[in-house]
Ligand binder design. Sequence first.
Ligand code: KG4
Ligand code: ZN
Length: 367
Amino acid sequence: MGRDSAAHNNASFGGLQRVRVMIRPLMSTPTITLGIETSCDETGVALFSSEKGLIGHALHSQVDLHAVYGGVVPEIASRDHVRMLLPLIQQLMETAGIDKPDAIAYTAGPGLVGALMVGGGMANGLGLAWNCPVVAVHHMEGHLLAPMLEENPPDYPFLALLVSGGHTMLIAVRRLGDYELLGTTLDDAAGEAFDKTAKLLGLGYPGGPLLAALAEAGDDTAYPFPRPMLNKPTLDFSFSGLKTAVMLEVRKAEARGDLADCRADIAASFQRAAVDTLVGKAIKAAESQGLNRIVVAGGVGANRLLRSEIAERFSGQVFYPRFEFCTDNGAMIAVAGAMRLSEAGDATEIRALARWSLETLGVPPAS
Ligand code: KG4
Ligand code: ZN
């Protein structure tokens, strides 16, 4: 599909005139969007059709590369995205029988800048080669729109509980781009709290799923860990006190020499405290806004206890992406890009933002 100039927006850069071409909304015509995700340690690609929905996706996880270091090493992440991204796109397009998409969406932030630049550079290079529009997508908007890939997607408005390795946010979502941040973490993100606790218990990286698996064998009432800020009126979170409480119990068990016997109980009690806090605040936020739908998304959204607790305790409807689309993936970027296609730019600007507020996105011009 050719580029369709709807408006010209001239910007001056150091004496140079640069012409930005705005793309007319394409959603009225059938459109296939290629999504590219490279913000952290997963190389994700996907094809989303405005008619058929998701028509293919592929993911390469770098977990094994980073595991030996106990966390993500940014330089290794960037290099591996360079190595894997193009072959993954080629394989995806061949499998789906698509020669070229109509648009490309890539994660422009927040994330590791070097890693983001690999996806942004590739997206813009392919956009030039294929002469198609390129959309810069906010990673957390991708997470919060991931349930739109499912058979029974939520209607607006809804409350989004976004829980990932880098973020913990409660957002009132009134429509695409109309986001109000109601609460966030004052210290560690929810996924970070899972990962750090897992590390204390001698589990590998990423710790969240390993801790959840260990917790299954434990007694979640064994340790009365704090539910941080649960009974305060604020909708903000803080996980550092919980982390410290876990650390003290681990040290005590080490001193007694019985940590091996206590690990599962500590994991289960931590998970229960973290989930109680997330669920309690999310329900409070939804009720305070009069919202009867909650979307749970982001890596920690894959936690089974979190899913079952919120479904049991919330009187409204709860929506999640399927498990594989809770953690980082290309499909959520493809669908978010397709929904924001009216904002596509020409393939000249690579955006890579380490920090980017979700509230600054705004409603796209076409909606
Ligand atoms: O969304 P995501 O893939 O990456 C970021 O954008 O950060 O989230 C990764 C986080 C990690 O902290 C990981 O430990 C956590 O999600 N996670 C889980 C589970 N699966 C992934 N935490 C708790 N329970 C799980 N089942
Ligand atoms: Zn993420």
